[in-house]
Ligand binder design. Structure first.
Ligand SMILES: Nc1ncnc2c1ncn2[C@@H]1O[C@H](COP(=O)(O)OP(=O)(O)OP(=O)(O)O)[C@@H](O)[C@H]1O
Ligand SMILES: [Mg+2]
Length: 248
């Protein structure tokens, strides 16, 4: 398997606090990987290190085989890496379709010279609507984020990430704050994403992540405690003791 994303020996310390310890992982096209671990295990920090929001103390991040450890977050996006956030980052008042269009313009690099590309307006608008249609949220196009239910907001965030045409998508708790009645909608939307996309999803809901992922990575105190299929992880003694406890 040729990895789209390959993380090797990643370490991160904040002052004396080691929050990422020698983490390695690989994501290939089509992979659905679940990243689990207790609060404070370092899951979000790992995503921040992969995207370039944080610089590692040591270790490397390869995208499509190229070392991107030293390049900026926006340039990693251009190379096919997109993420969503644990806490909603939508513009509260702007129409949803405008936000998706802006993300597409960002990808195309047309934001700074829109006057040159009037012809591309319609294409961009059409593409934005295609993305919303795929995620089955066309009806939200003209609404603003503040009007939406929480589950719908999370879908819009996935739409914004997809507007960047990623090869690798990192989802930081896409179900955080979503009431149980709206969760299936988010799961259905994740099912509509291209098979070839590599997805890493952080999620606390075990049923959900074990159903979604074909491979699970368990982080504890910044280090990889275990990696395997959902079945292997359910049976893993250290995981049961350290994390799953009475849940399994
Ligand atoms: N910028 C920072 N400066 C100092 N410490 C930080 C910083 N960011 C994170 N940490 C610490 O790193 C550890 C891991 O945090 P992180 O947010 O990655 O955990 P997490 O696994 O995503 O937890 P949760 O499940 O609660 O989202 C925590 O102890 C946190 O307090
Ligand atoms: Mg987190």
């Amino acid at each position: 398997m040729s990895a789209l994303l390959e993380v090797s020996g990643l370490n991160k310390s904040f002052g004396g606090l080691k929050v990422t310890r020698d983490v390695s992982l690989k994501l290939a096209a089509g992979n659905r990987v679940g990243l689990i671990g207790p609060n404070g295990a370092g899951k979000t920090t790992l995503i921040n290190l992969i995207t370039g929001a944080l610089a590692p103390t040591s270790g490397t991040v390869l995208l499509m085989g190229e070392d991107v450890t030293a390049i900026s977050a926006p340039r990693r996006v251009k190379r096919g890496l997109a993420r969503t956030f644990q806490i909603t980052q939508l513009a509260p008042q702007m129409a949803i379709c405008r936000q998706v269009e802006l993300a597409i313009h960002e990808r195309l690099g047309s934001v700074n010279h829109l006057w040159k590309s009037m012809d591309s307006f319609k294409e961009v608008r059409d593409e934005a609507h295609d993305i919303l249609r795929t995620l089955q949220i066309s009806d939200l196009a003209e609404r603003s984020a503040v009007e939406l239910a929480y589950g719908q907001q999370r879908l819009v965030e996935i739409a914004l990430a997809m507007a960047l045409r990623p090869k690798v998508l990192l989802l930081d708790e896409p179900m955080a704050g979503v009431p149980s009645g709206e969760r299936q909608v988010v799961l259905d939307a994740l099912d509509t994403l291209p098979d070839s996309l590599a997805i890493l999803m952080i999620e606390h809901d075990m049923d959900l992540v074990f159903g979604f992922a074909d491979r699970i990575l368990v982080l504890a105190e910044g280090a990889v405690l275990a990696e395997g299929t959902p079945q292997e992880i359910r049976r893993h003694p250290a995981v049961r003791t350290a994390y799953l406890g009475a849940e399994v």
